[in-house]
Design a protein around this ligand. Structure first.
Ligand code: AMP
Length: 286
């Protein structure tokens, strides 16, 4: 496995494989890897000839009062995990390599980034789309894989790729969870033991909402009220948003209606840690 830190080297590596007809995959991450990241890597490994994982804590997607400085890092451990799965190259640039002096471009997807996380973290999606477009230009992948845990991010990247006629496929993969259902996240490491216990209310509330929908409770107000009450009954938990939206447009939905599907998206502050999760409601069993 090669560790590549410079843009021209990454471009040359990819170009070398592309001329040989290799299909290239990319899994972008901010590192501090867990089984959620590794499931994306394993999936991509099975779908391409050469696989690149990137590790870059992207300063542009953090707001001025967010956790950029504390964001956990463990490069050596990450590299060992990626090598085990059979990643061919890890792209690990420094911030100055991606944003050299004079950098002044921003890539924005306009509509689907307005609500949910975009309403509370205005820097997030412009930062994500700018860096992901750069990563796509540098690595030139045929396939890029992202997690459904960050559902709005996945949809935003798919939209960007379509709108800008980019020649790659973007695929999403299901959320990997801890035994009690909590979605794996690098930020779970911020939780104290007590907060970690409280956080299990998040997946429990999603499950409860799915059960309510199955029992015929379809009104957003009723479902979201129950979700909020369930989560806020736990010490230290405050719901930042709980919304029922259309899974394609992210437009708010008043009910889980006849066509079946609605996305329940949540952001919860557990102490000072912000966690997100989501679930599809009203899906008919296969
Ligand atoms: P991050 O390092 O948090 O930027 O995440 C890198 C990629 O891993 C993104 O596509 C995330 O959506 C995905 N990811 C993060 N947590 C999970 C999880 N629990 N299950 C599946 N994918 C995840």
């Amino acid at each position: 496995m090669e560790l590549i830190e410079k843009v021209p080297e990454m471009k040359a590596w990819s170009a070398g494989h592309r001329v040989r007809g290799h299909r290239l995959g990319l899994v972008p991450t901010m590192g501090y890897l867990h089984d959620g990241h590794l499931s994306l890597v394993s999936y991509a490994r099975g779908k391409c000839d050469r696989l690149v994982a990137s590790i870059f804590v992207n300063p542009k997607q953090f707001g001025p009062r967010e956790d950029l400085a504390q964001y956990p890092r463990a490069l050596e451990r990450d590299l060992a995990l990626l090598e085990q799965i059979g990643v061919d190259a890890v792209f690990h640039p420094q911030p100055g390599e991606i944003y050299p002096p004079g950098f002044q471009t921003r890539v924005e997807v306009l509509e689907i980034t307005k609500g949910l996380c975009g309403a509370f973290r205005p820097d997030l999606f412009p930062g994500v789309t700018t860096v992901v477009l750069k990563l796509f230009n540098i690595v030139q992948p045929d396939l890029a894989v992202f997690g459904e845990k960050d559902y709005q991010q996945l949809l935003t990247i798919k939209r960007m790729v379509k709108d800008l006629n980019m020649d790659l496929t973007v695929e999403g993969q299901p959320t990997v969870r801890e035994p009690d259902g909590l979605a794996m996240s690098s930020r779970n490491t911020y939780l104290s033991a007590e907060e970690r216990l409280s956080a299990s209310a998040i997946p429990a509330a999603l499950k409860m909402a799915q059960e309510l929908a199955e029992q015929g409770v379809t009104g957003a107000a009723e479902i979201l009220g129950a979700v909020r009450r369930h989560i806020e009954a736990r010490p230290g938990c405050r719901v930042q948003y709980a919304e029922l939206v259309d899974p394609e447009s992210l437009a708010p939905k008043a009910e889980v209606d006849g066509d079946g599907r609605a996305l329940l998206a949540l952001a919860v502050m557990v102490g000072r840690t912000r966690l997100i999760d989501n679930a599809i409601l009203g899906e008919k069993p296969a």
